[in-house]
Design a protein around this ligand. Structure first.
Ligand SMILES: CC(=O)N[C@H](C=O)[C@@H](O)[C@H](O)[C@H](O)COP(=O)(O)O
Ligand SMILES: C=C(OP(=O)(O)O)C(=O)O
Length: 350
């Protein structure tokens, strides 16, 4: 399974723990103090990374898209442009946020939604780039980002497998560290649309890519299942309050849920363990109490040649030969007398 060093000292993929990204996105309401608080909350929840979104509005949207009325109750302005401008942090605010994350010892990155933003993020020194689903078919932007030479995580919501495959072959030429996130871009995503098995398809089709999941469903269960299926990067939106204005809050996790997600992921990873089936130390107490062993099903005399009807398998005291020895002892001679229900030991058999 693919693995690489995403950030100095922090590996992803292979047998490494799942890299958990707290997507702050635009859930900061355009308020830098909320954003800083969210960085601290993400750290407390155990996330490995905080992620923001950066747009240069005139590069990302055309004029008509910026001018279109945005009357949703989630809107921060009359037009989509005004709405987005409210949610956008300036370059100096981004520098402040990155410093804040560094102070709180959590990895900082952002998805750049256009080349102007991505160039800025490169200068800012983000350790890896995230391409959001809206740009997963934007081959020219993806190539330009790849030229920066840093690890690249591409989310694949709203895309067909053909597009994802094209992105894969395109990026193969750049010899960069690569992650793909399965994603369904609906807020919240209905479980029936999520098709977590796509994670397995990606693992098969792109063996040299670290595969993860960017979830927009409610709750933590589906993301946990994604990890059980092998997602090695997990991104979820964090919110301080699901009832706040904004399209993403309802598909986000509040701090309590996020903390729970992290601990559930770590627990599931521990439980996934190894492929090797052995009896564990922790099972011995139960075996001693309820494990079944061989007993005589009737009074038996020394010299009896054992047949199936002479033996029973019971929870017995003291423990004799294991139940799995039943067929091995048939046909062997008993060398001690046994009464009904007596345990049969190895030393009772010739
Ligand atoms: C695809 C994509 O970029 N999705 C992002 C990441 O998940 C979202 O945060 C959007 O920016 C958000 O849902 C937009 O909502 P509105 O349009 O209400 O600001
Ligand atoms: C849109 C983004 O991500 P995703 O497609 O994973 O939701 C993003 O990172 O900005």
């Amino acid at each position: 399974m693919a693995s690489f060093e995403l950030v100095p000292g922090c590996w992803v993929g292979g047998n490494c723990p799942c890299f958990i990204i707290a997507e702050i996105g635009q859930n900061h309401q355009g308020d830098i103090n909320i954003a800083k608080n969210m960085i601290e909350v993400a750290k407390k929840c155990g996330a490995n990374c905080v992620k923001f979104q950066k747009s240069d509005l005139n590069s990302r949207f055309n004029k008509a898209a910026l001018d279109r009325p945005y009357t949703s109750h989630h809107s921060w302005g009359n037009t989509y442009g005004q709405h987005r401008a409210h949610l956008e942090f300036s370059e100096s605010q981004f520098k402040e946020l990155k410093k804040h994350a560094e102070r709180h010892e959590i990895i900082f990155s952002a998805s750049g939604m256009d080349m102007v933003s991505l160039r800025f993020l490169n200068q800012l020194g983000v350790p890896f780039f995230k391409i959001g689903s809206g740009d997963a078919n934007n081959y020219s932007l993806i190539q330009d980002v790849a030229r920066f030479g840093k690890p690249l995580i591409v989310s694949t919501g709203m895309q067909s497998i053909d597009t994802v495959q094209k992105v894969y072959y395109l990026l193969k030429q750049f010899n960069i560290k690569l992650g793909f996130l399965h994603c369904v871009s609906a807020y919240p995503a209905p479980p029936s649309d999520i098709n977590l098995r796509v994670i397995q398809s990606y693992q098969e089709k792109f063996p040299d890519v670290v595969i993860g999941y960017s979830g927009h469903e409610t709750g933590t269960d589906i993301s946990i299942a994604a990890v059980a299926l092998g997602a090695k990067i997990l991104e979820r939106h964090l919110t301080l309050d699901k009832t706040w204005k904004g399209s993403d809050h309802c598909a986000s996790l509040d701090p309590e849920e996020f903390q729970q997600l992290v601990s559930q992921v770590r627990n599931v990873e521990t439980a996934l363990g190894s492929h090797i089936k052995i009896v564990r130390e922790s099972e011995i107490a139960c075996y001693r109490k309820l494990g079944k062993t061989l007993v005589a099903s009737q009074n038996l005399q020394c010299g009896t040649v054992l047949s199936e009807d002479m033996l029973d398998i019971k929870v017995s005291e003291p423990k004799g030969l294991n139940a799995d020895q039943f067929y091995n002892v048939i046909g062997h001679t008993l060398i001690h007398d046994k009464e009904y229900d007596d345990s049969i030991f190895e030393e009772d058999i010739s």
